[in-house]
Design a protein around this ligand. Sequence first.
Ligand code: CAA
Length: 389
Amino acid sequence: MSDLAIFPLNAEHKMIRAAARDFAQNEIAPIAAEFDESGEFPHKTIKKMGEMGFMGIEVPEELGGADMDTLSYVLALEEICKADAAHGVIMSVNNSLYAHGLLKFGTDAQKKKFLTPIASGNVVGAYSLTEPMSGSDAGTMKSRATKDGEFYILNGRKSWVTSGPVAGLVIVFMVTDPEKKQRGISAFVVDANTPGFTRGKKEPKLGIRASATSELLFENCRIPIENRIGNEGDGFKIAMTVLDAGRIGIGAQALGIAEAAYEAARQYASERKAFGQSIGAFQGTGFKIADMKTRIEASRLLIYNAAMAKERAKTTGERFSMEASMAKLFASETAMFCAHHAVQIHGGMGYSKELPVERYFRDAKITEIYEGTSEIQRMVISRAELGFK
Ligand code: CAA
């Protein structure tokens, strides 16, 4: 993999990338197929990732995190996803959808209480926005949080929650004032041990099967008022700001999948012979390799650029929605493109469970769907460019 001249990596970046690569190749790659097949949650490796600092990369040291920057996060996540995208999404949600929200909008007391167990990997964090009838149009959610003295009573059904079946802490978005639409949504942290909180059935999925996804049910779930993040009515903006960070993570996940698929295809194209020569010597294969490599390097530029924009935003407070959406859009379509070509180049072997190529193909698809579909990313980018709402 190339080091890009316009993104010179410092010693810390190189160190975390090497550590993540070693861990991913030695501890995750050997078990990825087995966990994909069983759909079992990889508790042991996730715990080890916490011990290595991968579950709270940007969380300050005093809260148990690694205290590193966004580029470090992206570099580590890319390496984990080259070995297994399921481990990658658990790491991504923990770091960006969960930890970033609390880091940016939480009080000191909330950070101490709700970030420390997550950053160490002892507890898994989740983010819960979507509902059965409210996906891309997230502002139309129906779940209600009603104030009752020093408490809120939560009621509703949330769906498609990554790590929902195992999370110990969940950031959830609910309506506090239905009259105000998006401006009547608030954000809360819920401890999974709270009475009235239950988990729905685990979703059977096409890919990222070792990550666990489920509905979350809230039935008169009573939480203290100090679990609200930000003010009443800030929830939608918090959800969107956090998704901007999340989309950079999914971009990095997609880049990892694309690179794994590409590397397998490149090797196979140079080794496999047909009609008296390596199949890579046929233009039909060689040009696929060229297009895959070019799109991967373009994705990398967009992702690292978005990571730098997010890093800059820590001091300027500027939004980085465009950079994040462009990175996620391009990288996820690149993951699909590369996985598709990798299967084709491998022929029958690409369709076989004996090689990981078919898993890359199944895992790539979700990157075009979650944390905002490709259509939503195009909506964000075109609205910003054209000024329409
Ligand atoms: N940052 C900060 N504020 C933002 C923002 C952002 N990125 N995007 C919008 N806002 C603000 C707007 O400025 C506006 O503020 P005002 O009320 O002050 O004017 C307010 O939020 C409403 O914005 P819009 O009118 O643009 O809202 P909209 O209803 O048209 O929706 C959308 C915009 C971009 C389409 C949004 O609904 C969206 O991103 N949808 C996709 C949701 C999504 O990604 N879901 C995935 C969930 S997580 C998941 O996948 C599961 C998992 O566990 C991984």
